[in-house]
Design a protein around this ligand. Structure first.
Ligand code: COA
Length: 273
């Protein structure tokens, strides 16, 4: 689907969008959606090679791109990445807090450091990003999009760490909507369902059970990175200028009946490993 058939191709002209974890997966898909609609794009991540390859893709869509190696757990590295972006592309108009880490682990097998690592990347990383971007967003009256998950509001087997982190992110999102509205800053979350072709999908939907998981999704298919990119474009656009403090669930209805099917299928797959 060509986004510019549905949205004006100049929608984000003269706007700068920064996507943490933008080197791959859902986050790169989001970056591509903005690039296709005229945005300048900054991305950060932990691996220079991934970022360079992603920058090539975004530039091929016509975007000016800044890349920065920065781990979202490191506030100073993020602040430096945002300043580099300001120098090269201008202040950030939209921040997408996408960097995340996840794996399947039953709670009783998870070490405190395993739990902490995911909470640090997802939750602390999201706060660090929003906090480090505050001066930019105040200047541009910009918006923040957090990447949440169904695990934030439904318990999933093997996801105690990610569930706690994502629930925290949604609470952070609402607090920032409340506190930063007065600066003209909007704050919202997207909760993607299973998105095919991503690292998260490979980790959370093993091939051996993918068909069973797909059958449990009311809309009858897995999502694509474009599904999430379109939601992000909408939330960042002037069409959403009165929307703040909202969680947009983009999951084909996966979470409507709860996580029963997923949890049973995954529990069985893990116990037969
Ligand atoms: N099951 C259980 N525990 C695990 C695990 C797994 N599959 N993978 C890592 N851990 C534990 C480690 O054992 C370690 O705990 P310990 O010190 O008690 O042994 C802790 O998590 C940290 O692991 P480490 O590899 O040092 O952390 P990291 O900061 O380098 O990596 C992760 C963070 C663990 C989240 C890693 O999976 C990652 O980098 N993920 C990024 C990509 C990703 O997950 N994408 C999908 C997002 S949806």
């Amino acid at each position: 689907m060509k986004l510019s058939e549905f949205w004006p191709s100049s929608l984000f002209e003269d706007k700068t969008v920064f996507v943490t974890g933008g080197g791959s997966g859902i986050n790169l898909g989001i970056a591509r959606s903005f690039a296709a609609l005229g945005a300048r794009v900054g991305i950060c991540g932990r691996t220079a090679e991934k970022l360079e390859a992603a920058a090539g893709e975004l530039e091929a869509l016509g975007a000016d791109v800044t890349i920065a190696v920065a781990d979202v757990r490191d506030f100073d590295a993020l602040a430096a990445a945002f300043e580099k972006t300001r120098e090269e592309l201008g202040p950030i108009d939209c921040l997408v807090c996408g960097a995340a880490g996840n794996f399947l682990s039953p709670a009783e097998a998870l070490s405190p450091n395993g739990f902490k690592s995911v909470v640090d990347i997802d939750l602390l990383g999201s706060f660090n990003s929003a906090r480090a971007a505050f001066d930019h967003l105040r200047e541009t009256k910009g918006s923040i999009i957090f990447i949440s998950a169904g695990q934030a509001f439904t318990p999933y087997y093997g996801q105690v760490h990610a569930g706690a982190a994502k629930a925290g992110i949604d609470n952070l999102m609402r607090n920032l909507a409340l506190e930063w509205g007065r600066f003209g800053i909007r704050s919202n979350s997207i909760a993607p369902g299973p998105i095919e072709g991503t690292e998260g999908f490979r980790r959370l939907a093993p091939a051996s059970v993918a068909d069973q998981l797909k059958a449990s999704i009311p809309i009858g298919r897995f999502g694509s990175v474009e599904d999430i990119g379109q939601a992000a474009v909408f939330l960042a656009s002037p069409m959403a200028s009165f929307i703040t403090g909202s969680l947009l669930v983009v999951d084909g209805g996966q979470n409507l009946p709860g996580s029963g099917v997923y949890s049973q299928v995954i529990m069985k797959a893990m116990s037969t490993k």
